[in-house]
Design a protein around this ligand. Structure first.
Ligand SMILES: [Fe+2]
Ligand SMILES: [Fe+2]
Length: 160
């Protein structure tokens, strides 16, 4: 996969993450604190998509220096598959299940994308992926803290 395609896929993934959190915010609309938490996650994912768009503009002007690089989309494929399956299987997940699922996605995105998609690319791209990975770790931590703060109402404590 070439760089332009890889960035397009990455932008789409961030949008899908935003969409996942928008869906969760809507599902938990009756619970103001939870809905606000997911809304905030949604807007941060939207800003990640904006970061990727910015990078797309940068590399477009310098396409030749990326020629011949191959990018590995397997991490993106995997996460998109998980999100699809979760939304198909779980029409209305409990808050506990939603948080566990989001943590799984964020930690996988943080670890796997960083190591695979732009391995072998230049420092510009590493900086972008480093930023996105750090944001995903922050999301993972935010989800974990939210789960811990609401453990009493989540029921199944083993999940955390
Ligand atoms: Fe993100
Ligand atoms: Fe994230």
């Amino acid at each position: 996969m070439d760089l332009a395609t890889a960035l397009k896929r990455l932008e789409k993934l961030e949008q899908e993450m935003a969409e996942l959190y928008r869906w969760l915010a809507d599902l938990f609309a009756d619970d103001r604190e939870t809905a606000a938490f997911f809304k905030q996650m949604e807007s941060q994912e939207a800003s990640h998509a904006e970061l990727v768009r910015f990078e797309k503009r940068l590399v477009r002007s310098d396409a030749s220096s990326f020629a011949g690089l191959e990018f590995d989309p397997s991490g993106i494929d995997e996460i998109e598959g998980w999100i699809r399956a979760f939304r198909d299987d779980e029409e209305s997940p409990s808050l506990g299940r939603a948080l566990v699922f989001a943590m799984r996605v964020e930690s996988h995105a943080a670890e796997h994308l960083h190591r695979t998609i732009f391995a072998g690319a230049n420092s510009d791209l590493h900086a972008l992926i480093g930023n996105l990975s750090r944001s995903d770790w922050k999301h993972f931590e935010a989800l974990r803290e939210f789960a811990a703060a609401h453990a009493d109402s989540l029921g199944d404590r083993r999940a955390y």
